[in-house]
Design a protein around this ligand. Structure first.
Ligand code: PMP
Length: 443
């Protein structure tokens, strides 16, 4: 039975219950923000004494900071399987990275438009929608039909970029990236993968999957808030105007001219976020150093336990985008090696999704259920529309749903507590009405 795979900050944290007691927090809200790994917190504590400016000084502390920052860039590039020559740009988060790439895209009349599925997080939807040539493909009820519709759209008009989620922040489903990359490239387009939810659950390999661009956020990858990355091909990034104008993004400035830098520095004006970058790198190194198979087993065991428990309750609906997980094995018909994402677990079920599960209790307000789970049981889940309004509408939950998401600090006890608490809500919860005021749950 799984215990925590890695030590995280906040394990054993107490949260207040109705009636004044306390419970050990069961964090099942990793998809929003994951707790910081203890190894990451310790690394950041060793970095913080060197509060000198990156790239700006010849003194010892400044050079330590520059070495740490550039080393962090290399560690992140290795973690995602970047190619030689790819740039790794530190950003504020995934949203910032997508907006950066959107600004670097060649003009639509020259290069073509951007194609997305309608199941995306708003971060991978709205920056593209503002561009000329934007086209959205409605996901069908099966992945096979969705891929066919996508292929038709990619070739229907000139396309510069296919922008897809690596793992849905709502259902956890993981579309086959290598196949999507082939579809995009055959149509003369590039592919961008929003890996905000994929990076915290799977080993990535941009080179093997032929992914051109990829982004993720540190705060979902067991690092603190405030830093993310965009990794990918240099040519568009080097040709575009700098994301921000300012110091550090230039080679030379005179009173009336600027020679902008190329490379990652072009889009990183201002003093870099050394703590954020080195924290992400520490998280990447820690996850990459897990024994082979350990991460996958921990996640698969907990996800199977969670799905099995919820599916066993009358009155719970589990949401999925695609109904055909078995319909797309690799060409050999057996467990796919498509980036390691589509494999069979021990029970023979396809693992075509990460540990993010969204469900509804029809007839019950998700926000109320979420408050109940916290107030009566000390369990953290997310309620709402998950910044994916079009997807929630197509799943038949336009008013929102509940999401439980697991991470490396999750234990079987957390999952079992959630299942028992949902079962209890279905029996005794309706009519329950408390709200948190002044740090206490009050009727
Ligand atoms: N994409 C996906 C799939 C996400 O889940 C999120 C965060 N919920 C984002 C993008 C945006 O990440 P951030 O808020 O860190 O920019």
């Amino acid at each position: 039975a799984p215990g925590a795979l890695l030590a995280v900050q906040g394990a054993g944290l107490g949260v207040p219950l109705v009636g004044g007691g306390w419970a050990e927090y069961a964090n099942l809200d990793h998809a929003a923000s994951a707790p910081c790994l203890t190894a990451v917190a310790e690394h950041v504590a060793r970095v913080l004494p060197y509060s000198a400016s990156v790239h700006r000084g010849a003194g010892f502390a400044s050079q330590v900071c520059t070495t740490l920052y550039e080393g962090a860039r290399r560690d992140v590039a290795r973690f995602v399987g970047a190619r030689d020559g790819d740039l790794t740009v530190f950003t504020r988060n995934t949203t910032d990275a997508v907006n950066l790439l959107a600004r670097c895209l060649p003009a639509a009349d020259a290069a073509g438009g951007v194609v997305v599925f309608d199941v995306e997080h708003h971060a991978n939807l709205l920056p593209w929608r503002a561009r000329a040539g934007y086209r959205s493909v409605a996901a069908r009820s099966t992945l096979a039909e969705s891929l066919a519709a996508l292929e038709a759209e990619l070739t229907a008009a000139p396309t510069a970029l296919l922008a897809v989620t690596g793992a849905s922040n709502v259902t956890g489903e993981t579309p086959p990236l290598a196949r999507l990359a082939r579809l995009a490239h055959r149509a003369g387009a590039r592919i961008f993968v929003d890996a905000a939810q994929l990076a915290p659950h799977r080993h990535l390999d941009m080179a093997a999957d032929d992914v051109d661009y990829l982004a993720f956020s540190g705060h979902k990858l067991y690092a603190p808030f405030g830093a993310g990355v965009l990794v990918g091909r240099a040519d568009w990034l080097d040709a575009a105007p700098p994301y921000l104008a300012g110091g550090g993004a230039v080679r030379e400035v005179s009173t009336d001219a600027v020679d902008w830098a190329t490379g990652a520095a072009r889009h990183e004006a201002g003093t870099p976020n050394l703590a954020g970058a080195t924290a992400i790198a520490a998280a990447c190194r820690t996850l990459a150093a897990l024994p082979p198979g350990a991460w996958e087993r921990h996640e698969s065991d907990l996800r199977t336990r969670l799905l099995g428990g919820l599916a066993g309750l009358d009155g719970v609906v589990i949401h999925r985008i695609w109904s055909d997980p078995e319909a797309t094995p690799n060409s050999a018909g057996g467990p796919s090696t498509d980036g390691g994402r589509r494999t069979r677990d021990g029970a023979g079920a396809w693992q075509d999704a990460v540990g993010v599960v969204t469900f509804s209790l029809p007839g019950h307000d998700p926000a109320r259920v979420s408050a109940y789970l916290s107030a009566e049981h000390g369990i953290g889940v997310r309620a709402g529309r998950f910044c994916a309004h079009p997807l929630l509408a197509r799943l038949g939950a336009p008013g929102g749903a509940l999401r439980a998401s697991i991470g490396v600090g999750t234990t079987d006890d957390h999952v079992d507590r959630l299942i028992a608490a949902v079962a209890r809500y279905l029996r005794v919860g309706p009519g329950w009405d408390y709200a948190l005021r002044d740090g206490q749950w009050q009727p």
